[in-house]
Design a binder for this molecule. Sequence first.
Ligand SMILES: Cc1ncc(COP(=O)(O)O)c(C=O)c1O
Length: 411
Amino acid sequence: MNNLTQSDELFERARVVVPGGIYGHVSPAAGLPRHFPHFCDRAQGCGFVDVDGNEWIDFMCGFGAILHGYNHPEIEESVALQREKGSVFNQPSPVMVELAERLVSSIDFADWAVFAKNGSDLTTWAIRVARESTGSPLVIKAKGAYHGVDSWCDPGHGGRIPEDRASILEFEWNDLEALSVIMSQNEGDIAALILTPYHHAAFAPSELPDPGFWAEVEKLCQRYGILLVLDDVRCGGRLHGGGSHRYFGFTPDLAVYSKALGNGYAISACVGKESYRKASMEVFLTGSCWNDAVAMTAALKSLELSEREGVAEKVLAKGKELTEGLERVAEKFEKNLKMTGPPSMPYPWIEGDENLFEIQKFCQFCAEEGIYFHPHHNWFLGNAHDSESIEKAIHVAGRAFERMSEEERTS
Ligand SMILES: Cc1ncc(COP(=O)(O)O)c(C=O)c1O
């Protein structure tokens, strides 16, 4: 097992001054197996070094925030130039206009763009724009879909009152019949349907849209005058350079991006059609550091790189290399591993592993050899992954399955 002494010591210190020590997906309370470091020291390309000096090949990419690799030289160079001028001023800097122009020209349905810091800032804002535009209160979402930390959608229960969810209706992903019933029963009262490009819940295999799903969703939204809000926070940049709606072939009314947009610099964007410009101007929008020119510069350079290098296609191909390799080695040891979801954001599912013990064991064995796979959340490929890192991961995975088989034989 890796030496994690410094990680453990820092965690103990953190517990005194930060409730729970660490929150979110990497909190030990969230079920992440031991053997994972709690704290990171530095990162480069597709790898990071934890506070104990252990080196990792990383398949989480900062939970999706890193698309071009950690500390990408070209992005960091642009950022350094902007940093010399400053980051947050009273007014936006010219880079805001350039970034909005870039999004409007590369996202086919977009006529305008606004910026914030987090995905949650703008998923919540987008549904308010839909309410302002339609004058209707209700919002439909898919059950188990994550759209951020605000009380209308967060997966927790703390601090919530029934009113927070009173205007939220849910249907099971891909259940078009149920969606259609919700819409007809609430005709005239629904402002928005907010969906991710495919269903990527934690602790469960990912579900792609059934054939015809998106065409029917578009039709239903048009029939009932409901805005289709695409939450592309997690998938943006990893399925299609022009937005994930192009990968699945549909057109939303509003779309929200964050995670990969700034390659690790905090920024989110919402883009929309002309018809919602007026409503967008009626919903108050601001934040302490939202005019951050450094993050906007990172996003601009990141989008330029994505287009120039065809990064979405590349990460899909790299993901295919990884997922096919993993399924192949699993089969060798009679494990029915299915890498679900698109290959650039695969979620691992071992058939019959309902209590998730097997996937946890697999990730633990891989962690012992410096491969960072998460057992309960979809993984992320980045453009810094190369054949060497992918082959190494497949090789280590093979050994992990072999150890699991041996343990089963001898238990
Ligand atoms: C699909 C989706 N929507 C919204 C969010 C919220 O984004 P943020 O964490 O930046 O607020 C996330 C974050 O993981 C997400 O995956």
